[in-house]
Write a protein that binds this ligand. Structure first.
Ligand SMILES: NC(=O)c1ccc[n+]([C@@H]2O[C@H](COP(=O)([O-])OP(=O)(O)OC[C@H]3O[C@@H](n4cnc5c(N)ncnc54)[C@H](O)[C@@H]3O)[C@@H](O)[C@H]2O)c1
Length: 320
């Protein structure tokens, strides 16, 4: 089994690499080659059973993935992307990396007859937007309200059509907001969702920029990685007629997050949260879907977190 991962140096890419190497097989076939692609030189983990190679390249350059595809990998994880705020700031960059490079990747598969190569791509809740119903499902129309979401939605349609035509075997997973992300806060509007738990549990201050009633649709990094693994294994026939769907996140309110923080870290952890509403962040996150009927993903065998406690315990176990 030869697997290619684009965006392999990123947050999810690195975790996926570690998970695949620990597993040693995919679709019942032993893993023998792992090709890690990123514009940042990917770190190469040691493995005596798997040939791991790293390629530092810009997937938006014409022909960038030619050699990678010439090797006829069985599975491609397409995770490289310009994330939301950067894609909103620079329309050309977002289009080139998030859309044009995905189209080039699909055409590369088509030209080489990689009809059975499973292409797993990560889409996002940002593909939804506009006037949303209280509870969304996979039939809710995609009306993205930013360029990143629009680029993801366009890729979903294209991967579905290339799969329908039998040119590749696609599977697109829409990821909920991922908490608790380890590391430091970043510029993403969703960054506070991880900070609210992570910083106080590390004995540091966090700012809560939103109302306690705000609800979010979330998933732990561990469950997202499990879903990516399953995304390579779920049979293509089961994915028709549309190859993109929402993963089974859970709905949690900020109030529940704070209560979980108090339960796990005590009053001293809760006291580290400073409440300072930020209208800019509130305006962005208010438009995010929080309730989702994800029975399609569950029927396809994708699992999720049981509750917020399980997510926090997983974070603490990993931090230890
Ligand atoms: N983490 C989340 O909360 C989340 C939520 C929804 C969707 N996603 C999607 O999941 C995927 C992975 O997300 P992540 O959190 O690991 O992001 P990340 O930013 O940590 O990783 C993305 C990687 O893509 C690489 N990349 C960007 N442009 C490139 C280019 N032109 N050529 C080659 N490599 C390039 C970056 O160097 C980076 O290592 C992305 O497609 C993202 O849109 C993530």
């Amino acid at each position: 089994m030869h697997i290619v991962i684009t965006g392999a140096a990123g947050f999810l890419g690195q975790r996926l690499v570690a998970r695949l190497l620990a597993r040693g097989e995919l679709k019942g076939q032993p893993l023998h080659r792992l090709t890690l692609v990123d514009q940042v030189e990917p770190e190469l983990p040691f493995s005596d059973a798997v040939e791991v190679e790293g390629l530092a390249l810009d997937i938006a350059e014409p022909g960038a993935l030619d050699e990678v595809l010439d090797a006829r990998p069985q599975v491609i994880y397409h995770l490289a992307a310009v994330v939301s705020s950067a894609a909103e700031e620079d329309l050309d960059l977002g289009m080139e990396v998030n859309f044009d490079a995905t189209r080039a990747l699909l055409d590369g598969c088509r030209e080489r007859g990689l009809a059975t190569t499973r292409l797993v791509m990560a889409s996002s809740v940002a593909a939804y937007g506009g006037d949303l119903p209280a509870v969304l499902d996979d039939m809710t129309a995609l009306q993205p309200q930013n360029s990143y979401g629009t680029q993801k939605a366009m890729c979903e349609l294209l991967i579905n059509d290339y799969s329908r035509r039998g040119l590749v075997d696609g599977c697109v997973l829409r990821l909920p907001t991922i908490i608790v992300r380890p590391g430091r806060p970043n510029a993403a509007a969703s960054s506070f969702a991880s900070s609210l738990l992570r910083e106080p549990l590390n004995g540091e201050e966090a700012v809560c920029p939103v109302a306690a009633e705000l609800a979010l649709f979330v998933m732990s990094p561990g469950k997202v990685i499990e879903a990516l693994v399953h995304g390579a294994e779920v049979p293509g026939e089961a994915l028709a007629p549309f190859r993109a769907f929402m993963l089974p996140g859970i709905t949690v309110s900020v109030a529940e997050m704070l209560e979980t923080l108090r339960r796990v870290g005590g009053e001293q952890a809760l006291a580290l949260v400073r409440h300072e509403r930020d209208p800019r962040i509130e305006a962005i996150v208010a438009g995010w879907p929080a309730r989702f009927d994800s029975r399609r993903a569950r029927a396809l065998g994708f699992g999720g977190d049981r509750d917020l406690d399980e997510i926090v315990q997983a974070f603490l176990r990993e931090r230890a």
